[in-house]
Design a protein around this ligand. Structure first.
Ligand code: ATP
Ligand code: MG
Length: 422
């Protein structure tokens, strides 16, 4: 036998046993986002490398060490998208969607980061992203957070996620803070690890979310970003907090929450669960009012978030919230001359009149026992049985696969019977 070929590490198959839960999550996400009137956009999975280095920032984890970058046959440097915001902004500018306009957009799809694979962290993973352009008030920030809160309620996980919130202010306020932070950190060069030392001059705010306990210890007395915030950002943030309070959404202000990508300003937030260990952030987002201009468009306020679908699916799984719609409602069993053709016709008729029914036809023959066994295996609730007598009399046997009862009914009455049992 030839050697089998395996998938790439950190890139997973979604198998028939997994897909119903995925469909539930994706379906709920679409329904909730749709309830706010947002429109779907679909962008390519591959973009020019410098889109990401310019948008996300040269000295972020993603650009420094996580991108799948390659040369195509023309020698151009391309990258598998590590996130969706950059491509969404690129598409918006390129297609004239952002110029003096308001857009409320969402997308769903695979993202790629070369990270160490572990539970909740993969190299191909899936995000749903929502991005709003052209609106600068805290009301939009609040709506996005309310949208995510609604999604958690719909998925039944609201009790298992909490919201952390911060404001990182304007670019100028950050620049002032950055100077103060660097001056402070310089006294502790001997405590900082290599990563932090490097970051201290390239991206010092990232030192704030260092996981190193020694670094966290010295940060206790570091200057606080909140005391450097510009007045407008302070107003924006208190406006947001007020809206969340009146919507009954609980949050914790985490002054050290800065998020990993360079493009954020003002509002940043994360939804975190304690149920998934270290990979506990299920959703993160914030404002990025400077990005559109930075990528060549006209200055346009923007705010968005992205959530990781693998982590949501894992969370539902961990909490046992795996009740999903079955793939097959009705299993069609036939035996005898001419019954297959009559059965397939009957099934087509049912699909016509009741499009939401899921009807699977048994193929490959075999006795009733074998066919009922298959029906059980695929999880059908009902079997429809057609033998030669039934075909001759235009009837069908409806068998309740859970209760076991069966009755013969006229083919014309079948829909009513099925509705009761499915
Ligand atoms: P983390 O701190 O866990 O690395 P991040 O800040 O890099 O997350 P974002 O870039 O904000 O993540 O992406 C938004 C969401 O996408 C995350 O909150 C998470 O749910 C999900 N996500 C990010 N990277 C991965 C990955 N490698 N595998 C699975 N999900 C991921
Ligand atoms: Mg990351």
């Amino acid at each position: 036998m030839a050697k089998t070929i395996q998938a790439i590490r950190g890139m997973n198959d979604c198998l028939p046993t997994d897909s119903p839960l995925w469909q539930k999550v994706e379906g709920t996400v679409k329904q909730v986002i749709g309830a706010y009137g947002y429109s779907e956009v679909r962008m390519p999975i591959v973009e020019q490398t410098h889109l990401f280095s310019r948008a996300i920032g040269e000295v972020t984890d993603v650009v420094e060490k996580e991108m799948y970058t390659f040369e195509d046959r023309n020698g151009d440097s391309l990258t598998l998208r590590p996130e969706g915001t950059a491509g969404c902004v690129r598409a918006g500018i390129e297609n004239g969607l952002l110029y003096n306009q308001e857009q409320r957009l969402w997308y769903m799809g695979p993202m790629f980061r070369h990270e160490r694979p572990q539970k909740g962290r993969y190299r191909q993973f899936h995000q749903v992203g929502v991005e709003v352009f052209g609106l600068n008030g805290p009301d939009v920030d609040a709506e996005l957070i309310m949208m995510t809160a609604r999604l958690w309620r719909e998925l039944g996980i609201a009790e298992h996620v909490r919201l952390e919130l911060n404001s990182i202010g304007s670019l100028e306020a950050r620049a002032n803070y950055r100077d103060a932070l660097v001056t402070y950190l310089e006294q502790y060069e001997d405590v900082l690890d290599d990563d932090c030392k490097r970051r201290m001059y390239t991206n010092p705010l990232r030192v704030l979310d260092s996981k190193n306990p020694d670094v966290q210890a010295i940060l206790g007395d570091a200057p606080k970003l909140s005391s450097f915030l510009d007045e407008e950002s302070v107003q924006h943030f208190s406006g947001l907090c007020e809206l969340l309070d009146s919507a009954g959404i609980e949050y914790q202000v985490n002054e050290r929450l800065v998020r990993g990508l360079d493009y954020y300003n003002r509002t940043v937030f994360e939804w975190i669960t304690e149920s998934l260990g270290a990979q506990g952030t299920v959703c993160g987002g914030g404002r990025y009012d400077g990005l559109v201009e930075q990528l060549g468009g006209k200055a346009t306020p923007a705010v968005g978030f992205a959530m990781g679908l693998e982590r949501l699916v894992l969370l539902l799984d961990t909490l046992g919230l795996t009740d999903v719609r079955r793939n097959v409602d009705v299993y069609l069993v036939t035996a005898g001359e001419g019954t297959m053709m009559a059965g397939m016709k009957l099934a087509e008729h049912l699909r016509e009149t009741s499009p939401s029914l899921r009807i699977m036809t048994h193929f490959g023959g075999g006795n009733f026992k074998k066919q009922f066994k298959r029906a059980d295996k695929v999880g059908a609730a009902v079997a429809l049985v057609l033998g030669e007598n039934e075909v001759a009399e235009n009837t069908v046997v409806v068998k309740d696969l859970k209760g076991g009862e069966q009755k013969t009914v006229a083919q014309t009455d079948i829909v009513a019977q099925l509705i009761e049992l499915v």
